[in-house]
Design a protein around this ligand. Structure first.
Ligand SMILES: [Zn+2]
Length: 238
């Protein structure tokens, strides 16, 4: 359903930062824009035919927002009509995206639009519905999961998390669950290990789950043998 520019964790340079997208006509939805994502978007011509980009931000770790300012400046100056904003950034109200962009020299309303969302409240974008829900990640900054409704499909995108809420373990209403999964498995891990995911989700439910944000030690085959899916990057060239 969603396509991925990168599917790796912060230090997984091979798979790139985790970032998903979905295109409808001349509109594009982008989830997060980590340090190496702008580069990959540009090198792979992903903006071709796109006139407006809706960027959903889960949290402000660099592997999720590191190239957001570059991306916005590029769209403002080099994509579409010169000096006309064509990016809207959406985040939960307590994610400090305005501050982050301000220190990068971006003025909301000038180079981009910023939409602050209440958590647990559904918002309608022109081709989908979006809801931010607090996730369990780190104590320093707020982090969110995203519930998305596109084309009658209900999608849950965990963002960074080390926990899977009860209702997702038997995800009757969801068609796709994209989940932060890693090989690393230790007490205090801020991501969800494949071992823990396997304990939480019964084999019958696993076909709806798509592992993403995987670390370098992650074994795709092991996850697939357990019955989970693993996302793949859309582009081979970086
Ligand atoms: Zn994170």
């Amino acid at each position: 359903m969603l396509k991925f520019i990168g599917s790796g964790s912060a230090f997984n340079t091979k798979l790139g930062n985790n970032s998903a997208y979905y295109k409808v006509g001349n509109q594009m939805l982008l989830i997060d824009c980590g340090s190496n994502i702008f580069h990959r978007i540009k090198e792979n011509n992903l903006l071709e035919g796109i006139e407006h980009i809706h960027v959903l931000i889960t949290h402000t770790h660099a592997d999720h927002v590191g190239s957001l300012a570059d991306f916005i400046f590029y769209c403002y100056y080099c994509h579409g009509e010169m000096a006309k904003p064509n990016v809207s950034v959406y985040s939960a109200y307590d994610v400090k995206i305005e501050e982050l962009l301000a220190i990068n020299g971006i003025m909301p309303g000038v180079q981009c639009f910023i939409k602050k969302c209440q958590s647990d409240t559904q918002y309608t974008l022109n081709f989908c519905k979006v809801l931010f829900e607090r996730s369990s990640h780190v104590k320093e900054i707020p982090s969110y999961s995203i519930e998305l409704s596109i084309d009658d499909k209900l999608i849950y995108y965990t963002g960074d998390t080390n926990y899977l809420k009860e209702s997702l373990r038997n995800p009757k209403v969801f068609d796709f669950v994209y989940v932060d999964t890693c090989k690393a498995d230790y007490e205090g891990n801020v991501h969800l290990s494949l071992r823990k995911l396997s304990e939480l989700v019964s084999p019958d439910e696993r076909s709806k789950f798509w592992c993403m944000h995987v670390d370098e030690g992650f074994d795709r085959q092991e996850a697939e043998t357990l019955g989970f899916n693993v996302v793949t990057n859309e582009f081979l060239t970086f």
